[in-house]
Design a protein around this ligand. Structure first.
Ligand SMILES: O=C(O)CCC(=O)C(=O)O
Ligand SMILES: [Fe+2]
Length: 197
C-alpha cells in the first residue's frame, strides 16, 4: 500500500516477543476483562474489547468515548513495557500514548470502515500491533466512499498510521481463522496505541 503516513513494519515483533506480549496481555485482561461493546445505535460489535493505559475507548448506548474506567468500574492496567517499546521505536512522536486499545477478533469478527477521531491531537499517529491470525485490513479515504486498498496484516506486524493516513477510513474485513498458532484458541488480537488528550 503506497500512502504517505502509512507504514507497515512486517514481523517487527519476533516470534519470541509475540509470545511474551501475549503473556503480558493475559495479565492485563485478568485485571480488565474483555467486554462486548455496543454501538450508540444498539448494535453489538463483533470484536470484544479492553484497554490499558490512562484511558480506554468504550462504546455503549451513551456513545463513543474515552473513559478513565472500565465498564465494570476499575481503572485500566498500565500499558506493558514491550508495547511502549514499539511506540518509542516507531511512532516518531514526542508524546506518550495514553490508551492501548485491545481488540479481540474471534472467527467471524470484523470491523467496519471507520475513522479514529475521538482523540484531541491528530498530529500523533495511531500505532497498531497485530497478533495471531492474519487480518484483511482495508484503507480508504478521508471521506466515506471511493477507492480502497487492502493488505493482509500478520502476527508481529506493526503499522503506523500518521500524516495523510491518520484520518482515513479503515477497517478489517475478516480474519483468516487458524492461520496462526500464537493464540491457543485461534483468533486475532489487535492493539492500537493512541494519544488521547
Ligand atoms: O484491528 C485492526 O487492525 C484495526 C483496529 C482499528 O482500526 C481500531 O481499533 O480503531
Ligand atoms: Fe481504527
Amino acid at each position: 500500500m503506497h500512502l504517505r503516513g502509512f507504514r507497515i513494519h512486517p514481523g517487527w515483533f519476533s516470534a519470541e516477543d509475540q509470545r511474551a506480549l501475549v503473556a503480558d496481555l493475559r495479565q492485563v485482561l485478568t485485571k480488565a476483562p474483555l467486554f462486548q461493546p455496543i454501538t450508540p445505535r444498539g448494535h453489538k460489535m463483533s470484536v470484544r474489547m479492553s484497554a490499558a493505559g490512562k484511558y480506554g475507548w468504550i462504546t455503549d448506548r451513551k456513545g463513543y468515548r474515552y473513559s478513565k474506567v472500565h465498564p465494570q468500574g476499575m481503572h485500566w492496567p498500565a500499558i506493558p513495557d514491550r508495547v511502549m517499546d514499539a511506540w518509542y521505536a516507531l511512532a516518531n512522536c514526542p508524546r506518550e500514548p495514553e490508551c492501548c486499545l485491545i481488540n479481540w477478533y474471534s472467527e467471524d469478527a470484523r470491523m467496519g470502515l471507520h475513522q479514529d477521531r475521538d482523540e484531541a491531537d491528530f498530529d500523533c499517529p495511531v500505532l497498531s500491533i497485530s497478533l495471531g491470525d492474519d487480518a484483511l485490513f482495508r484503507m480508504g479515504n478521508v471521506e466515506r466512499g471511493g477507492k480502497t486498498e487492502s493488505v493482509w496484516l500478520r502476527s508481529g506486524d506493526v503499522v503506523v498510521m500518521g500524516g495523510d493516513a491518520r484520518l482515513r477510513f479503515h477497517g478489517v474485513d475478516r480474519i483468516r481463522f487458524g492461520s496462526s498458532t500464537l493464540l491457543s484458541k485461534g483468533g486475532r488480537i489487535n492493539l492500537t496505541l493512541r494519544v488521547v488528550t
